[in-house]
Design a protein around this ligand. Structure first.
Ligand code: SAH
Ligand code: SF4
Ligand code: F3S
Length: 438
């Protein structure tokens, strides 16, 4: 059955920063094709940009599809993009017949053609992994933007941690070229962006003819108009000398490092195929702190990996106490189809995972609150990103990536000097510093 070509669309992104970036690029591309943005309930085409990292995230797509029938009995054209699309492919329309399009994270530049196929009543599936091809086809970054933007510089992962689907859903590690990245960064700055976060599944594995991520950051540092540079997410083994040095001498590079460790037990790290130890992780953090003492450290943790004993778990708590995190993400281990860990012996009971996660998060939350409290009394620059709840209130980010509420703050995109006057577990309050140098 053929249906009319969609005139409006809605992109709903789940998962990591790479998906947020991809979602924006899909929207820019469909916009350039003449389609209008609409709400999820009104759009002719709804794109679910999905995440496969944990079971809950992956299953969410099916409940979302189920809710897409509208009051008049109609439903939009439905496209499943992102990592569930790559992992499950043709299985998706077998489970959910309503799905018209399945498109992987490296093939979404072909969406217009897939939409045209679907409009003719065909089911359109594209799971090709052509590396960087999409970047050659996507339009220049759209003109109207916020204060801060993501820029994908690296795709894929070669690390094959035994629990993780990313190497399968995103393909091999591959770096975009210097020139392409600088051109895109310039377009973002021209559009009013003040802060760029370089993103990639292993962003610090970015490399090009002998240059590392540190060199790329140095090149971006030279862009007038760009005020702040961040990057995420990193692997401990890819913290090169050049990147660490950049933290010491590039002012635009913000003092924040998200460096996942997953576990503090060497036995578990080995079973995870992390190819680093707790000690080598500590050593990296020490070196970064050596060049940038005020740097805020963030991490990712998994509790309940197969075989994790109480002693292994306590080693993770000990590592957390030693590092002292400013923020962190933590997860219960989720067995993912096709990964080596899914078939390991000694899967951990859900109650034990719950209990460990609670203890872990209690410690991490306390550290985060303490970090925020220790910031009270400091004077720092805030990049204003959005309006707050009350009139005149603005919300922005400190150099250490804390959310700061500023009363009577200046407009979005402004960098303002504030005195931090109070702290909550997840945010701070800042007052515009009247005597600060202009
Ligand atoms: N490349 C990044 C991580 C990307 S996935 C890195 O290695 O640091 C983001 C986080 O999800 C991981 O750091 C890990 O903590 C978590 N994660 C990945 N697979 C998982 C799984 N099967 N179960 C639970 N958490 C998982
Ligand atoms: Fe997954 Fe490990 Fe690669 Fe991170 S480094 S994306 S956790 S396989
Ligand atoms: Fe999820 Fe894919 Fe990102 S699995 S975390 S959306 S790379």
């Amino acid at each position: 059955m053929s249906r009319s070509a969609p005139k409006s669309f809605h992109v709903k992104s789940f998962g990591c920063q790479m998906n947020v970036y991809d979602g924006e690029r899909m929207a820019e591309m469909l916009g350039a094709e003449g389609m209008a943005v609409a709400s999820e309930n009104e759009a002719d085409l709804v794109i679910l940009n999905t995440c496969h990292i944990r079971e809950k995230a992956a299953e969410k797509v099916y409940s979302d599809i189920g809710r897409m029938r509208r009051d008049d009995g109609s439903r939009p054209m439905i496209a499943v993009a992102g990592c569930v699309a790559q992992a499950e492919g043709a299985e998706i329309p077998r489970r959910a017949r309503e799905v018209d399009i399945v498109v992987g994270p490296q093939a979404y530049h072909r969406l217009p053609a897939l939409v045209a196929e679907a409009a003719q009543g065909k089911r359109a599936i594209d799971l090709d992994l052509p590396g960087l091809a999409k970047f050659d086809v996507l339009p220049r970054r759209a003109p109207k933007r916020g204060a801060s933007a993501f820029l994908t510089v690296q795709e894929g992962c070669d690390k094959f941690c035994t629990y993780c689907v990313v190497p399968y859903t995103r393909g091999a590690e591959i770096s975009r070229s210097f020139d392409a990245i600088l051109e895109e960064a310039q377009a973002l700055v021209d559009a009013g962006v003040r802060e760029i976060t370089l993103v990639g599944q292993n962003v610090n594995a970015w490399a090009q003819s002998g240059h590392d991520l540190g060199s790329l950051i140095r090149a971006l540092d030279a862009l007038p108009g760009l005020a702040r540079i961040r990057y995420t997410t990193s692997h401990p083994n890819d913290m090169t000398d050049g990147l660490i040095a950049a933290h010491g001498d590039i002012e635009k590079l913000m003092p924040f490092l998200h460096l996942p460790v997953q576990s503090g037990s060497d036995r578990i790290l080995k079973a995870m195929n992390r190819s680093h130890s707790a000690e080598s992780y500590r050593a990296v953090i020490e070196r970064v702190r050596g060049v940038r003492p005020d740097i805020a450290i963030s991490g990712d943790f998994i509790v309940g990996f197969p075989g994790e004993t109480e002693a292994d778990f306590e080693a993770t708590l000990t590592l957390i106490e030693e590092i002292n995190y400013a923020s962190a993400y933590s997860f219960k281990y989720s067995a993912r189809p096709g990964t080596p860990a899914a078939t390991m012996d000694e899967q951990i009971a859900p109650e034990i995972m719950d209990e460990r996660l609670q203890r872990l998060q209690a410690l991490l939350n306390a550290q985060q609150f303490a970090f925020n409290q220790a910031s009270v009394g400091k004077r720092c620059d805030i990049l204003i990103e959005r309006d707050g709840k009350r009139p005149g209130q603005r919300i922005g980010k400190s150099p250490w990536l804390q959310s700061v509420v500023v009363e009577n703050g200046p407009e979005i995109g402004t960098i303002v000097t504030v005195d931090l006057v109070s702290a909550a577990p997840n945010s701070l309050v800042g007052i515009v510093a009247i005597d600060a140098a202009a």
